[in-house]
Design a protein around this ligand. Structure first.
Ligand SMILES: Cc1cc2nc3c(=O)[nH]c(=O)nc-3n(C[C@H](O)[C@H](O)[C@H](O)COP(=O)(O)OP(=O)(O)OC[C@H]3O[C@@H](n4cnc5c(N)ncnc54)[C@H](O)[C@@H]3O)c2cc1C
Length: 387
């Protein structure tokens, strides 16, 4: 398998590094963590650089790029912080891909160009207070009223909640139990009956909005149905693209922790020597490099296999699982290299550890992805409802 980067991909990464220097994104990431305020001015810069919706079809303002290129861009920006990378993540591997792949022409025209210009954004609303891993138990319901559906229910932990212009809401068509009754509709911010709960206070990812969505008799025109009932599989398959993006966030955070630790180990002295001269520190760095490289290969394999379409479920699940575990371990080891300073918010290690911790829950937990992997390994489905 050849993962050597194309000239265009190398140029893209160079341009992101230059942006990082010009906009002092390292400092900005620390400030966003302190204030919890996302720097919206970045979005116009991303749009100008063509980073938003680069994988979307050129007919709608995108650039027809492949998933690997988007993953590379997300990884590079996540080295500053996943929050800094989030608009590029949302516009390339988020629910816009569902609209792009399965939406109607009118839905594509209404959403995709605006996403590429940084004027619109789409959040994915799956999780409910009583349906997270057990997604097929969701109860947010669409009742057929002839010309429109009436939507009622509540979603929780929705990234971009309150900020995004559009929400892809996983919903149950009235009376149809199990996964067969689940589809998805597009709901616009500001429509009657659609409200937001209080902003979530997470351990990390500060500056990335997240809140509950509350639907109270929201009228959804039938033309806003993106995924009809019976097509739940399409939703989950598209979500595997998001999983590659999630894993890319982990690569960025861990890559940054590794570089910080490498630099610190060369500068910090103990017993009259740079601590990189101690074998225990060398082995920490060697282990981190091995874990990071292994994860990177899995993520690039899944993303390059996807091309401009869908990744293999097996490869995407494995890449996400491995990267989620890797980032926890690598940020922890990097913190150890920093001694007491790693635990202080004067240095970025504690932020990287907090930001890295989210990804093994967001986008499907590690445990649920291992259930998926196990079912593929054994060639049979393990029903989680039976003991
Ligand atoms: C930072 C962040 C961002 C998020 N963004 C979004 C978003 O944009 N949109 C959205 O819809 N959701 C989002 N989520 C929600 C996320 O998808 C859910 O939290 C996740 O799917 C887990 O659901 P839960 O929290 O209800 O945990 P639960 O499903 O209650 O699980 C609790 C624990 O039990 C384990 N468990 C459950 N069932 C099994 C089983 N059968 N076998 C083994 N273990 C099991 C889980 O792995 C977990 O460890 C986000 C979450 C976070 C933390």
């Amino acid at each position: 398998m050849d993962f050597s980067l194309t000239k265009e991909q190398r140029m893209l990464l160079d341009s992101i590094r230059m942006l990082g220097k010009r906009e002092n994104l390292k400092e900005l990431a620390a400030e966003v963590d302190r204030t919890g305020e996302f720097p919206r001015s970045l979005i116009a810069k991303y749009a100008e650089m063509g980073l938003l919706g680069m994988v979307l079809p050129s007919a709608y303002g995108g650039q027809d790029m492949d998933s690997l290129t988007a993953v590379l861009a997300i990884e590079e920006l996540a080295k500053f912080s996943p929050v800094i990378a989030s608009p590029v993540f949302e516009s390339n591997v988020g629910p816009v891909r569902v609209i792009s792949m399965f939406g109607t022409e009118a839905q594509k025209q209404a959403v995709l160009p605006g996403v590429c210009q940084g004027k619109l954004s789409v959040s994915v609303a799956m999780t409910e207070p009583n349906a997270g891993s057990d997604l097929t138990s969701l109860t947010t319901e669409l009742v057929d009223k002839g010309e429109y559906y009436l939507l009622n229910g509540q979603k929780t932990f929705i990234s971009g909640g309150g900020e995004a212009s559009h929400y892809l809401v996983y919903s149950r068509f009235e009376g149809v139990q199990g996964y067969k009754g689940i589809g998805a509709v597009l709901v616009l911010k500001g429509v009657n009956g659609f409200g937001f709960g209080k902003q979530e206070q997470f351990m990390g990812l500060r500056g990335m909005p997240s809140c509950d969505l509350i639907f109270n008799d929201v009228k959804v025109p039938k033309s806003d149905v993106v995924i009809e009932q019976g097509k739940f599989k399409n939703l989950m398959l598209t979500f595997d693209i998001e999983r590659c993006g999630n894993a890319a966030m982990c690569l960025g955070v861990a890559g940054s922790a590794f570089e910080e630790a490498r630099h610190y180990a060369s500068e910090r002295k103990a017993f009259g020597r740079a601590i990189c001269e101690f074998q225990a520190i060398q082995f920490l760095l060697a282990d981190m490099a091995m874990q990071l490289d292994a994860a990177r290969l899995l993520v690039y394999r899944a993303a390059s296999g996807a091309g401009q379409g869908l990744p293999s479920v097996y490869e995407a699940s494995m890449a996400k699982c491995h990267a989620n575990e890797m980032v926890k371990e690598v940020t922890d080891k990097a913190m150890q290299v920093f001694g007491g300073y790693g635990y202080s918010n004067e240095y970025p290690l504690e932020r990287l550890l907090r930001d890295g911790r989210a990804w093994g829950v967001a986008g499907g937990t590690l445990q649920m992805l291992k259930v998926t992997l196990a079912s593929m390994i054994f060639g049979r489905r393990f029903d989680q409802r039976k003991g």
